[in-house]
Design a protein around this ligand. Structure first.
Ligand code: GTP
Length: 602
């Protein structure tokens, strides 16, 4: 294809501003699908994504559009994941494009998460076309939103396209703007092949499918290629594109986006950001910007019913086939038995995997407290040399006497909120050891930046933020490296026995408060037994908080004394059911909910 007739673009939008609806309209206008096929949203294809309204796996669609200038253009729409946890994938998708549509809801305006993606897009030298969507809504204020785009983002919005993706208004204008304003790609057909691996996923029929953007050269069936970072070689057995239905092609030329398959069995071999070149006479150097993604949040996943362990093992394996960014290894806990320690890109990623396990594989799980990765510097002893270790499981915390220094990961958070919620938000950040770095007002809204330790954010920061702002605040973060921290391991003792699944790493300054909170919550969550149960929080041998569950005095049936027998039976049954969802620990039963609920902070 003539390079001047190709346009590669992505759509940047905050969740719910209408990205999928607009994409569907573009596909429809360009004749990719019949009306009936259109009735199903096509771009978000996993149930969970649709229900939660988020796009996780990038999907790309090739459209054919005959513009008003009479020429027919090849438009490649790159769908990007819409959440901060997947920032690296987003960056690769953006690197595959020359421009972006910035979709902003005419009634909601610019949100924090949109900003992060727009800035990334600007860094990739994209031409950005602002699209103000949902102009059909009575609350739409397109002029106010235009001013916001100019004030907050610094983009000229005078030529913003006004649309209602829902009713189809302005969709042609979007296509014309794409053709006129987004530059065509550049590339050299005769140079050695350089194709960027933008995404990969597992398809049961095709094996691993790889989405590519060819920079120079071309890709054809039968070509022997080499993955420059992964170091493996493969024979290309299929090339094609999605319109959005899969369609095979003879070749993918310079500037184009498409997919290849090469009989690859595991997504791990097809890493996002890798450079594909020919096995012989390949490119001398890979494309810039490759990064190996590392999980940042870890937790234990245990089956509620120990008999489900094998099923859990199998299900985790299947999920991992399609998602190289989460990792897992077996773990055993005295309290919870056999399970897995799993690593995720972020909290949302964790939630998605957890939800898929319970929904698609019908597993009841206990998830232990999420943890970040701590770098612990150990001094030497008579028998051991000084060393540095990375720890993501409180169970592996080393002997305190050997610890010389601990570093923990920090993030920079940007929160965007209507200013009436600013007070409580500042307090929340302050309580989580935050350091305020910036505060600005735009219109009736505040944008505040904080540096925060990641371990203060992984519990329930996001939920708290949403609840104190009634859902209005938006939150975005990036990692900013490690900093020294005075961290300690806190154990929870139930009936004088430490419960491993409840121990966690906390900052010394907040340990006592957290410990007290956990003991108080556990006191309410653990049912009374026939004996008194002390619940304690301890650092090393030192008890820092304590609660006591009083002994149960009477038999539960006692209050039916003289009453009828069916009521008595019912009560006993109820008691039995309650038991089924409990974990016996020592001689104390701890209900499943307690493991997570205990960690929620006040
Ligand atoms: P994610 O895929 O979750 O990132 O969201 P999205 O940005 O793709 O939003 P989506 O297209 O799913 O739209 C969100 C909601 O807004 C849906 O209920 C749409 O029907 C609605 N919507 C989209 N465009 C318009 C519009 O132009 N007008 C009105 N009134 N509603 C719209």
């Amino acid at each position: 294809t003539d390079l001047s007739l190709i346009r590669n673009f992505s759509i940047i939008a905050h969740i719910d501003h209408g990205k999928s609806t607009l994409a569907d309209r573009l596909i429809q206008v360009c004749g990719g699908l019949t009306d009936r096929e259109m009735s199903e949203q096509v771009l978000d294809n996993m149930d969970i994504e649709r229900e939660r309204g988020i796009t996780i796996k990038a999907q790309t669609v090739r459209l054919s559009y005959t513009a008003k200038d009479g020429k027919t253009y090849e438009l490649n729409l790159m769908d990007t994941p819409g959440h901060v946890d997947f920032a690296y994938e987003v960056s690769r998708s953006l690197a595959a494009c020359e421009g972006a549509l910035l979709v902003v809801d005419a009634a909601q305006g610019v949100e924090a998460q949109t900003l992060a993606n727009v800035y990334q897009s600007i860094e990739h030298d994209h031409e950005i076309v602002p699209v103000i969507n949902k102009i059909d809504l009575p609350a739409a204020e397109p002029d106010k939103v235009k001013a916001e785009i100019e004030d907050i983002i610094g983009l000229d919005a005078s030529d913003a396209v006004l649309t209602s993706a829902k009713s189809g208004i302005g969709v042609e204008d979007v296509l014309e703007a794409l053709v006129k304003r987004i530059p065509p790609p550049t590339g050299d057909r005769d140079a050695p092949l350089k194709a960027m691996l933008v995404d990969s996923w597992y398809d049961p029929y095709l094996g691993v499918v790889i989405l590519v953007r060819v920079m120079d050269g071309w890709l054809k069936k039968g070509l022997e290629v080499r993955f420059m970072q992964g170091g493996t070689q493969h024979l290309v057995d299929r090339v094609g594109c999605f319109r959005p239905k899969r369609s095979d092609l003879d070749e993918i030329g310079p500037g184009e986006i498409g997919f290849i398959t090469a009989q690859i069995k595991e997504v791990e071999q097809a890493r996002v950001g890798d450079t594909i070149t020919t096995a012989r006479n390949g490119a001398p150097a890979p494309l810039k910007g490759y990064k190996e993604v590392q999980p940042v949040v870890f937790c234990g996943l245990f089956p509620v019913d120990a008999a489900d362990f094998e099923k859990l093992r199998e299900s985790i394996g299947k999920l991992r086939l399609n998602d190289a960014s989460f990792s897992y290894e077996m773990e055993s806990s005295a309290a919870l038995g056999f399970g897995f320690r799993a690593g995720f890109l972020g909290l949302l990623h964790l939630e998605i995997i957890q939800e898929r396990l319970s929904r698609e594989y019908d597993l009841d799980l206990i998830t232990t407290a999420p943890s970040v990765v701590y770098r612990v510097h150990l001094g030497h002893t008579k028998n051991e040399v000084a060393t540095t270790i990375d720890i993501h499981n409180p169970a592996d915390w080393p002997d305190v006497n050997r610890i010389e220094m601990i570093e923990e990961p920090w993030i920079k958070a940007t929160i965007y909120t209507p200013d009436e919620y600013l007070g409580p938000i500042l307090k929340l950040c302050q309580d989580r050891r935050g350091i305020q770095t910036n505060l600005t007002y735009v219109g009736g809204r505040a944008q505040v930046s904080y540096e925060l330790p990641l371990n203060e954010v992984v519990f329930d920061f996001y939920d708290r933020l949403k609840s104190i702002s009634r859902g209005y605040a938006s939150f975005d973060y990036e990692q900013i490296g490690l900093r020294e921290g005075d961290l300690v391991k806190m154990n929870i003792l139930v009936n004088n026995e430490p419960v491993d699944a409840l121990s966690l790493i906390v900052h010394r300054s907040v340990a006592e408060e957290r410990g007290r909170g956990m003991c108080e919550r556990l006191k309410d969550l653990i049912p009374r037994h026939l004996f008194k149960i002390p619940i304690q929080a301890a650092i090393g041998g030192k008890i820092i908080a304590r609660e006591t569950i009083a002994a149960l005095r009477k038999d539960v049936t006692a209050k039916c004394y003289g009453g009828d027998i069916t009521r008595k039976k019912k009560l006993l049954e109820k008691q039995k059911k309650g038991k089924a969802r409990m974990r016996e620990y020592g001689n104390v039963s701890i209900p499943q909910e307690a493991f997570i609920a205990a960690l929620r902070m006040g």
